[in-house]
Design a protein around this ligand. Structure first.
Ligand code: ZN
Length: 380
């Protein structure tokens, strides 16, 4: 029975990986994900259903187009295989973590909300990492989709009687979180009506006006040439003020009665999103004020909103602290490779490190907080 279920999970992962190929290729170009159907860029041959079977089709066609024989990039089957195996690994890990002595079919039935939401996050992180590494940008819809899925699926299934295993907040934190969320909405309205100015509004214009020589000295992603980042970041502080006020008001109104069921789940998701986005945004503001150049992109803030919604406040905080270590490791590794190939070191954006750190925290959050000896404090 177990192998049937795991084969099914692998097949699902491979298929989602197939779709991620389309997302990675089309989303940065602003193209539709469903239309037009995939065609060979060489001869326009339209892929039939049997040409779209993950990995197998590529192997059977020996990596060549059925129409014109042009090579099909090995990236397609590799992305499918990578995501299929990651999905299988994640589900296997969670099924064994929560399963106990129950039959595997029953475990999967009880765990499906958790597995679905986490695989969804995995897919968004996979696609945004691939896009970020290549284009130095993260599509915002990829960051917000996991938030939307978590904020719908977790409360709905908790209300429907499934055991709730998603993020939660300690008692007394629901009101401050709700206050902060309302403050953010107020900030959005003030921003849209122009009462609060948008930050870095002249960014594109300034960077385009640089002479070629000046632009060459700028390393991609460093933004060191933008003239007044401190002034601009204060506009973001202004935007966040209503949320800070909302948090304070909520704190004064907090009640010691814990929430239950769907409300508990909804507040847990919102709290995680707020902590994830908030940690990066505060770092961005402090870093920009301290160093006089834009520190961390707003894309990273959005990324960690989605991660926080799925992982919850504890594990997203863990991911935030794991990421710099991965960043250091990655930078050393890339510098080493550059020496080896006698090329200039390529700077990677921070998003991929945050993504990998998030997956570590997702899988091993319990283990790491256990090592650190803080799980007892958190539980109390
Ligand atoms: Zn062709």
């Amino acid at each position: 029975m177990a192998w049937v279920i795991y084969t099914f999970i692998l097949a699902m992962g491979l298929s989602v990986g197939s779709f991620l190929n389309v997302v990675i290729l089309r989303m940065p170009e602003g193209l539709s994900l469903v239309h037009p159907p995939s065609r060979c860029p060489g001869c326009g041959y339209r892929l039939r259903a049997w040409d779209n079977v993950p990995v197998l089709s590529w192997l059977l066609l020996r990596g060549r187009c059925r129409g014109c024989g042009q090579t099909i990039s090995v990236q397609y089957p590799l992305v499918e295989l990578a995501f299929g195996l990651m999905t299988l690994g994640l589900c296997w890990w969670q099924i064994n973590r929560y399963g106990g002595d129950l039959a595997i079919a029953q475990v999967v039935y009880l765990l499906w909300p958790l597995l679905a939401v986490q695989v969804f996050l995995l897919g968004s992180l996979f696609a945004s990492t691939a896009i970020d590494a290549r284009h130095f940008m993260i599509p915002l819809s990829l960051c917000w989709l996991p938030f939307v899925v978590a904020v719908v699926v977790y409360p709905a299934t908790a209300a429907g009687g499934w055991p709730y295993l998603g993020p939660y907040l300690p008692a007394g934190w629901a009101e401050p979180v709700m206050g902060a969320v309302m403050g953010l909405l107020v900030g959005m309205v003030l921003l849209m009506t122009g009462i609060i100015p948008a930050s870095f509004a002249d960014y594109e214009q300034v960077m385009r006006s640089l002479t070629g020589e000046e632009a060459d000295t700028d390393v991609a992603g460093e933004n060191a040439l933008y003239p007044h980042p401190r002034r601009e970041i204060l506009k973001e502080v202004l935007f966040l003020m209503p949320a800070v006020v909302g948090l304070g008001v909520g704190w004064m109104l907090r009640s010691p009665v814990p929430m239950t069921g769907a409300m508990d789940a909804a507040v847990g998701v919102l709290g995680g999103a707020l902590v994830g986005g908030g940690l990066i945004w505060v770092t961005r503001i402090l870093g920009t004020l301290a160093f006089g150049k834009e520190a961390m992109g707003l894309g990273d803030v959005h990324l960690m909103v989605g991660v926080g919604a799925v992982l919850g406040w504890r594990d997203v905080t863990l991911a935030f602290f794991i990421a710099p270590f991965l960043g250091l490791l990655g930078t050393l590794l890339l510098a080493g490779l550059a020496v080896f190939h006698s090329a200039r070191a390529r700077v990677l954006p921070y998003g991929p490190y945050l993504s990998v750190a998030s997956i570590v925290a997702l899988l091993a959050g319990d283990v790491v907080t256990g090592w650190l000896g803080i799980s007892a404090i958190l539980a109390g």
